[in-house]
Write a protein that binds this ligand. Structure first.
Ligand SMILES: [Fe+2]
Length: 485
């Protein structure tokens, strides 16, 4: 890669909508190409999800989180790559595609028409945050609603999925469930409310889905405040929830149509984080810790060592990012968090942390066969000074010994969440690849970089698409080939 122009374009082109839906083998598309060779032991499907459009013909959404979910699927088979993308057919997507206008409220978007147009209307579920393939189901996930089920062979949308009614009308399902590598069980959660004589009480609903895709048990954790809890971690025995210092105030203004949820969220320095440990088998709260104020949006791994639970998290002491996300197309610099490792002592109830790296880090990923067990290597998307606007412009691997391997992109190239893809013949932790979508702002096209997990400085192959994929949030890799072209 090289900076072909004197003027370095920023990342904003990567927020332009991609309204076209493609389906092609890369080697059969004369405008696409593969540099390098796709490894023979990289077989399976790499799903990505994120906002495929942030504006309509006539209107623009009020927050990055309100863009319509567009699933992408890269299928690796016999050294070839197939690309497919398709919007999730939510009611919001379908209706707004017809009218070209904002028809639904969002997390940070109001319907045109003032208070009367918004009163008593809950935010729509754009199904835009993450995806998972588990128990034979492909789900598009957003924490504000239920999962959307899709046909994994062609990305056709079936509709909202409730696990045979186990997700009742008031229950939502987060975008960051975790699959236990031993049992195959899928654990997830969702913010909720209980209504009683003393008013509404906040809670977190907890879910356990068997490897076969059946919801087998549920529970609830009571909270004092409505949580902004986006992600969590599991060990082989516990679920661990960090209740951030981010609070939602003035929820009646949201209900009455005067404000959006994004307007009502703020960071409270005087509110310490609570850490709640829950028994995965019983859904019962085991222990609660209190630590300094903070906001941890995404977590790495967690595991138990003796009497301590160890949790990797990307820490920030503010939620200033929320303001920028309301007009994400104009963001040039996008800071990540600080990679911290927390130690929760189950004997004495004390909590401490240490810094893992000073590099601004977000979107941690690691070998999925080690979820809840001690892993050595963690990969993060980083924001570093490469002489130009940052967004995500580097990838770093960090190991338990503290070694760091940083790959910085050249100015004009903008990264995303890296994802660990297991090799088909994997034996060791590092036997796999790190997959990362990179937006080339010079060509306004997206590239999939395939890096060797054992040494991310080694780019094994680069798949250059003839179009862009808007900056996305999260992905999922399965060694199964699901596509039926
Ligand atoms: Fe997330």
């Amino acid at each position: 890669m090289s900076a072909q122009l004197d003027v370095i374009p920023n990342c904003s082109g990567g927020h332009e909508p991609q309204n076209e839906e493609f389906s092609y083998w890369v080697d059969e598309n004369q405008n696409a190409c593969i540099e390098g060779v796709i490894p023979a032991n990289l077989t399976g499907t790499f799903f990505r999800n994120g906002p495929g459009r942030l504006k309509l013909d006539k209107d623009k959404f009020g927050h990055w989180f309100d863009g319509d979910g567009m699933l992408c699927a890269f299928t690796f088979q016999n050294g070839r790559v197939h690309f497919k993308n398709r919007f999730v057919r939510t009611p919001k997507y379908v209706k707004e595609s017809q009218t070209g206008r904002i028809e639904y409220r969002g997390f940070g978007t109001q319907r045109p028409g003032g208070i009367l147009a918004n009163i008593l209307r809950p935010p729509a579920n754009p199904a835009n945050t993450n995806s998972v393939y588990h128990g034979g189901l492909l789900l598009a996930l957003n924490e504000g609603g239920k999962p959307y089920s899709l046909d994994p062979s062609n990305l056709h949308t079936y509709g909202e999925y409730t696990y045979d009614g186990e997700l009742t009308p008031a229950m939502v399902f987060s975008a960051h469930g975790k699959i236990d590598p031993t049992s195959g069980d899928y654990y997830n959660f969702g913010a909720g409310l209980d209504f009683g004589r003393s008013g509404a009480k906040a809670k977190i609903n907890t879910y356990r889905v068997s490897a076969e895709g059946k919801m087998v048990s549920k529970g609830a954790i009571k909270l004092e405040t409505f949580p902004f809890c986006h992600d969590f971690v599991i060990t082989d025995r516990y679920g661990i929830y960090f209740i951030n210092s981010i609070v939602t105030e003035g929820i009646m203004d949201v209900i009455l149509g005067r404000a959006t949820i994004a307007d009502c969220i703020s960071y409270k320095k005087d509110q310490p984080m609570q850490v709640i440990v829950v028994d995965l088998a019983t859904h019962e709260e085991v222990q609660r810790f209190v630590t300094d104020d903070g906001a941890i949006i995404h977590f790495g791994n967690a595991w138990q060592m003796g009497n301590e639970l160890i949790v990797d998290g990307m820490y920030a002491d503010n939620f200033d990012a929320n303001e920028g996300l309301k007009d994400v197309t104009s963001i040039e610099n996008f800071a990540g968090g600080k990679y911290r490792r927390y130690f929760l002592n189950l004997n004495n109830g004390k909590i401490r942390w240490e810094s893992v790296t000073d590099t601004e880090s977000e979107f941690p990923t690691f070998n999925p066969l080690l979820v809840g067990r001690q892993n050595d290597l963690t990969f993060t998307a980083c924001s570093v000074d490469n002489g130009h606007a940052s967004f995500y412009n580097a990838i770093q691997s960090t190991n338990q010994a503290g070694d760091q391997n940083l790959v910085t992109l050249e100015p004009g190239y903008y990264g995303s969440e890296p994802l660990f893809a297991l090799a088909s013949d994997s034996n060791e932790e590092e036997d796999g690849y790190v997959l990362e979508l990179i937006y080339n702002a010079f060509s306004h096209c997206t590239e999939l970089h395939i890096l060797e997990a054992a040494d991310i400085k080694n780019t094994i192959a680069c798949v250059k698409l003839p179009h862009h994929i808007p900056h996305q949030f999260h992905g999922f890799f399965t060694r199964e080939i699901l596509l039926k072209p």
